[in-house]
Design a protein around this ligand. Structure first.
Ligand SMILES: [Zn+2]
Length: 121
């Protein structure tokens, strides 16, 4: 549709340019969709973390304990930078990098251990 409209407006000599613009518009729409997906996942993650914290706080843990643990986990990857760098999981059989969250090598099928509850986040 976008290609038709822009081609009509710009004339037939510009049809190639219009097709390129349509491709760019499609890529932009795909990117927007991924951003929305990330936002939905982030919203879900925030709810899960807040629910977990409310349960832990009711069980007697303090905010100070939470802050200490956050700092320790942040520093565990070698850099206290507010990020977690996860190590790539490699297949013990074929040394392929294993896709996060499936628990087995996608190349040779070797099981690589339990799937983390945080896999794919
Ligand atoms: Zn493998």
């Amino acid at each position: 549709m976008f290609e038709f409209v822009t081609g009509y407006v710009m004339g037939s000599r510009q049809a190639g340019k219009a097709a390129g613009m349509a491709g760019s518009a499609g890529a932009f729409a795909g990117e927007t969709s991924r951003v929305l997906d990330v936002n939905e996942r982030l919203d879900r993650l925030v709810i899960v973390v807040e629910a977990m914290w409310s349960l832990l706080e009711e069980s007697g843990l303090t905010k100070e304990q939470l802050e200490e643990r956050i700092e320790a986990m942040d520093a565990a990857d070698g850099a206290a930078d507010g990020r977690v760098q996860r190590q790539k999981l490699r297949c013990p059989n074929c040394d392929s990098v294993v896709v996060d969250g499936i628990g087995r090598c996608q190349i040779c099928g070797t099981e690589v251990g339990e799937v983390s509850p945080f896999a794919g986040i």
